[in-house]
Design a protein around this ligand. Structure first.
Ligand code: SF4
Length: 242
């Protein structure tokens, strides 16, 4: 079934189905579709009320989406704790890709958070730190949109194994599109190599999963790629996705 067929089918259904039913149908229709087809469906369905989120670990999702929807709003959560390499990757993305990078800022600066809540909140209460510096700012930034595209994949972590290519984001009451949900790390590596995708240079220094500097460490060969995130804190997700 082509994307056009899918779009026609969804339009026919819109009159009698609410958005959650459309999402459930799209998840089935698009389960075996390519990432580009899934993105084309999202762009055709949500137009300018669609955005993507980018951690600036690499520009794979940015490359994929900008080929279908040039100028797409691209939300980058500037937590104030990023590696300089991540900030540099964001700046390079602005120069290289046809996307509209929007810096999403927490309500408090790092200095204000330390003044109000004490130093090193990330070490004492990382869930609260992630909420204040990632989750709340993203929730606020997503409000104008009907749908967002994320780059999460099923093989990244057990917590992500059940994600659908299109799903209802219950917390935010909007649609979430995961066009590379089915991709493996090999698929990612091949796409980056074949398309010359810009990547965060920390990948060359044994950081396969990149978050805020205080909560990300290098990973030894053979270790779980996400084991460098919040190491020793019993935390595996920041709360943006799961
Ligand atoms: S990853 Fe660490 S520093 Fe970044 S928001 Fe979460 S707890 Fe804070």
């Amino acid at each position: 079934m082509s994307v056009v067929d899918i779009e026609i089918g969804l339009k026919q259904q819109r009159g009698v189905m609410d958005i959650q039913d459309i999402v459930a149908s799209a998840a089935v229709f698009l389960e075996d579709a390519s990432a580009r087809e899934i993105i084309r469906w999202a762009a055709a369905t949500f137009g300018d009320r669609l955005c993507i989120t980018a951690s600036m670990s690499d520009a794979l999702l940015i490359d994929l989406v900008s080929r279908v929807k040039p100028g797409v709003d691209t939300l980058f959560i500037d937590t104030g704790y990023h590696f300089v390499e991540t900030i540099g990757t964001r700046d390079a993305v602005r120069q290289v890709y046809d996307v509209n990078v929007i810096d999403v800022m927490p309500s408090r600066t790092v200095a204000e958070q330390e003044r109000d809540l004490g130093p090193r909140l990330f070490g004492r209460n990382p869930d609260l730190c992630c909420y204040l510096r990632k989750v709340e700012p993203l929730n606020r930034a997503l409000e104008p949109y009907l749908a967002w595209i994320s780059g999460i994949r099923r093989d990244e972590a057990a917590t992500r194994a059940g994600i659908k290519v299109v799903e209802w984001d219950e917390k935010r009451q909007m649609v979430k599109v995961n066009p590379i949900a089915r991709w493996t790390q090999e698929d990612v590596d091949n796409y980056i190599a074949d398309n010359g995708v810009l990547i965060n240079p920390l990948h060359y220094d044994n950081y396969p999963s990149i978050g805020c500097a205080p909560c990300t460490r290098q990973v030894a060969p053979g270790e779980d790629p996400r084991s460098g995130r919040w190491a020793g804190l019993g935390k595996t997700e920041c709360g943006l996705h799961i």
